[in-house]
Structures are given as C-alpha cells and as structure tokens.
Design a protein around this ligand. Structure first.
Ligand code: PRX
Length: 690
C-alpha cells in the first residue's frame, strides 16, 4: 500500500456528460421506481438497517426456520454474522421454489460453443439433475461441511454440481477451468477436497482443452482426493485418461441414483462456497462465503440492479469459475426464478457477432459482460453488430474493471441503441454481490462512473497515508466500507488472521477494498483501480507476487518483479522484469537438462528462448490467462539500500512514462537518492525502450 498515494495521483479526470434514464414503451414497471425512491430506501438501509434487512431477508428468501437475530459482530474481530439463528437451504431457494410453482419454465439456456446448438433446461429438469448429483456426492461419502472441487467447462452440469453441493450442505470450491494443474492442485490441497468434479474436455472457440488430463496431473499430488467424477462433454474416451479405482463417469453414477434428494438443513452462517482469489502475496486466498447473507445479496442485486422480472432471460457472459459467474449466472438469476444463460463460447467465435446473435436468439433481457470484451468488440467494428436487432434488451451491464468512457459510449450507442441503461457495477469476490452501481431507469449515469452505493453499503474514502476519512465531495483516496453488509466474505479459508490483516486491519474500523476511488462533486463514485499489488488483466484479478513466485521457480531466475502496464484492450497487461542467476559454464551441467541445453542468455537466441521459457513457466504455474505480455531480462532491479524494490520506477519505465535517459526525463521519476545503485535506472530504460 505504500504506493497508494502515487497510484492515485496518476488517475485521470472525470468527464461531465450525464445520461438521464428514459422510460421505454412496453417495458415493465421498474423494481425501483425513481431516484427519490432509491434515496429513500437507501437511507432506510443505512439508518434503520435492521428493519430494512429483516424485511428484505424475509420477503426474498424461503426460510426453513426463520431467524430472530439480524446482525451481530463487526469488522474488528471479523465475526460478522447475519440472520444467524435462521436455517435455510440455498438449492431449495434457487431451484425447488420455482420447480414447484412453474416446473416447465426454462431455468437454464445453454448456448454451446457452436452457434445453433443450444439446450433449454426447465426448472423441474434442473431440480431432478441437481438431486441426482447430490445423491452421487452422498454416495461418495460427501457430507455437510466437506469441500468439493469443481473444475468444469461452461456447461449446465457446472451449475448442477454447485447446486448439488449446496443441497447437501457441502461447500463448493469452483476452480476456473483456465487454471493450470499446479494452480488446481494448490486449491484442492488448501481446502482438502475429497472429491473433484470435472469433465473429459472443455470446448471453447472451436478448441478443446484437456480438463481431465490436467485434473489427473493435479490430483496426482493431492492425497486428500478419493473420487473424481467425470462429465463427458465431448465423449472422447480415447483422449481421456480414466483411473478405474478413483474415477467415476458422471452419466453412470447418476443412472444409479434416485432423482430426489432432501435438502439439508443449513444455518445462515454455514459456508456455501470457497472461491480462490489473488491477493498481495503469492498464495491465493480461499474467500469464504456463507449462506443466507450471500444469497440475499445475490437475489437483491439481480432484482434491483438489473431490474429482473420473472420472465426475464439473464445473460451473464462470465465464467462460473469467477465470482461473477457464481452470483450472476448461478445463484442470483435462479433465486429470482428467472432464466439464466450458460454461454460456453467466446465473443469472437466464430465471428465478432457472437454475443449479439446469442442475445437475439434467446431474447436476452439483461446482458452482462466485462469492459475488456466491449473494448475488443468495439475495435473489431460496428459491422458485426449491425445485423442484430438487440430489441429484447432492457439492461446492459459492465463489471470487473473500470470502463473507459469511449467503451461505455460505444456500448451505449451500438448495443444499447442509445436508450438501454448501462449499469457499471463495482464489486469484488469478497463483497459477494454488487456494492456500487446505477439502478436502471433510475440513476442518471456518467460514462466511467459506477455512480451510487447499493442498499446497506456505506462507502468511506480515506487518505491512504493518514487513514483519515475524507468527507464531502470532490475527494480521492482509498475505498473502504463503514459497516458490514450481508453478502460480505466471512473469512479466508483456514487463515482468519489473513482475512483480518488484508481487509480489517489496514484501516481500523473499516473494510478495505484495495481500490482507489474518487467521489465527484455529485457524490458519484469513480473506481480507479487497485492500489495494492493486484493487477487486473481482462477483468481477471492477478497478484504480482503470484506471478513473481512462478517466475522464480525457474532454475535460472534469481529475482523477478512484476507490474501491470496499461493496455488498450485488456486494461492492464503483465510486464515482468527478471534478473538471472550468474551461470558460469561449469555450473550449467548441474542445472536441469532443459536449462543445460539452453544457449547462453546473453546471445539473441538465448534471450529469446529464455523469455519463452519464462512465459511458459507462468502459464504452467497459473494458467494461460496469465500469459506475460513482456519479459525484460535485466542485470538488476532498482532497490533501496535496505533492499526494497522501487516499483514506481519499474512501473513508470514499463508504461513508457520515461523513455529516455536524458536528465529531464529521469527527473520525472522523483527522488532517486535512496537507490543503492542509481545507474540501474538508465540500464532499465535502455532495455525496455531500445
Ligand atoms: O479493482 C476492482 C475491479 O475488480 C476488483 C475485484 O476483482 P474480482 O474479485 O476478481 O471480482 C471481479 C468481479 C466483481 C475490484 O477490486 N472492479 C470490479 N468491478 C469494477 C472494478 N473496477 C472498476 N469498476 C468496476 N465496475
């Protein structure tokens, strides 16, 4: 956080254009009617929170045993609980309620990788499938509180697996299917999963990924795993290794089960899931969400931020491996009895019109994606949007990173036809659901601003250095929250002190988001991005320390420093500075064979190979989505005399703010007197910009 002030001072200005919401003929009455209504309800949620949340929880969720206590605990000890003497079941809330009321209604639309191939799954079918999988898990000995790893492609079965866990009170730990075997292994071991649910292969953009092979590689180093349940996505049995003692085929196992499984009674504060996310250290955190509060946040934000009505088709283009997929593909839409879209493909397959074809085909009413996709599609041209009507849409959303005004305006004009409200939704894995966002047809919007807080969210902007709250408008600082909200993460799995250290201790009495923010003259929030060592690449959150750990696993790497550089499409990109170990010729033979075969890194071929190996190293340790954009091999890093790396120098040089070694340019780097070797700055500039 030491760099927070510097990162914040580098942020831009706020454009002033305001878009006022307009009613459209034929649209249903909004769940929140007017800005005055928003303000009134928001005020109540803050000033009379117990009354607000009592009513919201009772009217939104089905309780098996109703609660009498609304909230207890606080930030200080991280012992927050909501509705803690109540009992309910997440799966019953998401599935059974609608399967009983309207069994034929479509719960899930699966849009497969190939256009034209899709499936409609009704609530009664979803109920049956979830019960079957729940019974399979029970037959494997999974019990309430056990953690089940889910490493699945974007198929309805991924949701069945999550909901089946919820049904029996097991805790799902979904691992994004783009993670490598090493990353999967670490996550399985951290949560001591007995069972892993996966698929033979994944299919995306016409290409297959070898999910079962990767799972096997991971599980080979996971002594806790007893069973692997394998769904056949492609049915390519020849390409899919199968270990008869440990592995079971999904279709064979469900065939043995009864399609009914009673929901387990679950306490409000029992865990619902763990989701690993990157933090400031190399080790990912297992963010743990509990049941009732999370469900309430998911349900209410879908209802009010997306103005969902029961006949709506909710199209969230994220992956279930991330929090957006958990809350806005699985739980949120289903808790509202709406139809949710499971999209297996990618925005540019087989052409850049794929999203819009999907919207028209399924009459999607709410469309939710990330700025990186919007920027990429904008670049590819309006001609790909033109053939589509997009007239089913009522709300379009953005999530995952700040959206630049140009991308916002393109989204508004091309996709929203200048009339559909955009909701730029700010939140995090840890917040469970959206915490700052406009409400459609209610909140006037400004391109690039997430606007105003959601129910019960009381933001505070603090001076990063003094920790003082900056009151009033027109202020910039770090974004904190002042009071607990129902869907906040309760702990880091197996490491509560880390939870306290990261979120509760930086600013006593506040939850610290890790983001910088401006509150403008109208009280609107403009989230600027992370002020810690977390970078955001295409909306994927990565820790620089995690990438550095991957790099130094390479036998030739002595030191590495990773920073985020600005990128027009991906928002940020990974830039690595690497220092190699001295490798005298006689020592080479003692290193691993692949290293021994390498030409000396100083030659052009050697450098190229070394760079490729390092890229591979990161891909293998984390996953292909973490591919570095650039690796610069440097003789040293800029360090203070006490050995601390001065990242601001690395950041400015990599971002092209300093391109030459002229004195005037170097002076832009600020005070360099604490550097142990000031000469390294010119060397770095030459390496990066020559
Ligand atoms: O920096 C913020 C950025 O994404 C971070 C959270 O990442 P993750 O936990 O992976 O969750 C992503 C999906 C919710 C935040 O700390 N972020 C998310 N949404 C926005 C955003 N930054 C600016 N504007 C947003 N709308």
């Amino acid at each position: 956080m030491s760099d927070a002030s510097e990162l914040l001072s580098a942020t831009g200005t706020t454009p002033e254009q305001v878009y006022t919401p307009q009613e459209q003929p034929g649209w249903p009455k909004g769940n929140v009617g007017t800005l005055d209504e928003y303000r009134k309800r928001y005020k109540q949620s803050i000033e009379d929170g117990d009354v607000f949340w009592d009513k919201a929880a009772k009217s939104t969720l089905k309780w098996t045993i109703p609660f009498t206590t609304i909230r207890s605990g606080g930030f200080e000890d991280g012992d927050v609980s909501w509705f803690h003497d109540g009992y309910l079941n997440a799966c019953e809330n998401a599935v059974d309620r609608w399967a009983l009321k309207n069994p034929k209604k479509t719960a899930i639309i699966w849009e497969s990788d190939e256009p034209g191939q899709h499936l409609h799954i009704s609530f009664s079918e979803l109920f049956k499938q979830v019960c079957l999988v729940a019974n399979v898990l029970l037959s494997f000995g999974v019990r309430k509180g056990d953690v089940v790893a889910v490493y699945m492609p974007m198929v309805p079965e991924a949701l069945y697996a999550m909901l089946a866990c919820a049904r029996i009170g097991a805790v799902h730990s979904v691992v994004f299917a783009g993670f490598s075997a090493d990353a999967l292994r670490d996550r399985i071991n951290d949560a001591q999963c007995k069972v892993v649910i996966t698929a033979d292969q994944g299919v995306r953009g016409g290409k297959r990924s070898q999910l079962k092979k990767i799972t096997d590689e991971a599980v080979a180093e996971c002594p806790c795993v007893e069973r692997v349940l394998v769904f056949q996505r492609t049915g390519d049995v020849l390409a899919t290794p199968f270990h008869a003692g440990r592995d079971r085929w999904w279709h064979e196992e469900i065939a043995k089960q009864r399609p009914y499984c009673p929901p387990t009674l679950v306490n409000s504060e029992d865990p619902l899931f763990i989701l690993y996310t990157s933090g400031s250290t190399g080790k990912p955190k297992g963010v743990l969400h509990t049941t009732a509060g999370y469900l309430l946040g998911a349900a209410l934000t879908v209802r009010d931020v997306f103005d969902v009505h029961s006949d709506d088709v909710f199209g969230c283009m994220a992956d279930v491996g991330w929090i957006t997929g958990h809350t806005y593909i699985c739980y949120g839409p289903l808790l509202n009895g709406a139809t949710t879209v499971v999209f297996e493909s990618m925005p540019t397959y087989p052409n850049p019109g794929r999203y819009w074809l999907t919207v028209d085909t399924h009459k999607i009413t709410q469309f939710y994606t990330a700025p990186t996709a919007i920027r990429a599609l904008r670049r590819l041209g309006d001609a790909h949007v033109a053939p589509y009507k997009l007239d089913s849409l009522r709300v379009i959303g953005s999530v995952g990173e700040p959206i630049n005004p140009e991308a916002w305006i393109w989204y508004h004009e091309q996709i929203g036809k200048s009339k559909i409200p955009i909701v730029d939704t700010y939140w995090q894995t840890e917040t469970g659901s959206i915490i700052v966002s406009p409400l459609p047809r209610v909140t006037p919007t400004k391109p690039g601003s997430a606007t105003l807080p959601f129910w019960g969210i009381e933001p505070a902007i603090l001076d990063p250095t003094t920790g003082q709250e900056l009151k009033g408008n027109d202020v910039t600082g770090v974004l904190c929250l002042k009071r607990p909200w129902p869907s906040m993460a309760r702990t880091v799995f197996g490491d509560h002190s880390r939870y306290l250290d990261v979120y509760m201790k930086p600013y006593k009495g506040y939850y610290f988001t890790g983001d910088g923010v401006t509150r403008d003259k109208d009280g609107y929030y403009w989230v600027r991005g992370r002020v810690d060592d977390v970078i955001n690449v295409s909306g994927h959150r990565l820790s620089t320390a995690e990438i550095e750990s991957a790099l130094i696993l390479h036998p030739r790497v002595a030191e590495a420093a990773v920073i985020g550089v600005n990128d027009d499409v991906t928002g940020q990109a990974i830039f690595c500075y690497v220092v190699l170990k001295e490798t005298p010729a006689e020592a080479v033979s003692t290193l691993s064979t692949s290293v021994a075969r390498m030409p000396h890194p100083d030659g052009p071929d050697g450098l190229k190979r070394m760079t490729q190996e390092l890229v591979q190293q990161v891909r293998q340790h984390i996953g292909p989505f973490a591919t570095p954009k650039r690796i610069v091999i440097s003789p040293d890093l800029p360090k203070t005399r006490s050995g601390k790396i001065m990242r601001r120098i690395l950041r400015k040089v990599a971002n092209g703010e300093i391109k030459s070694t002229q004195e005037e340019e170097i002076s832009k780097l600020g005070d360099l007197s604490t550097l142990a070797d000031p000469g390294i700055v010119a060397v770095l500039i030459a390496k990066v910009h020559s």
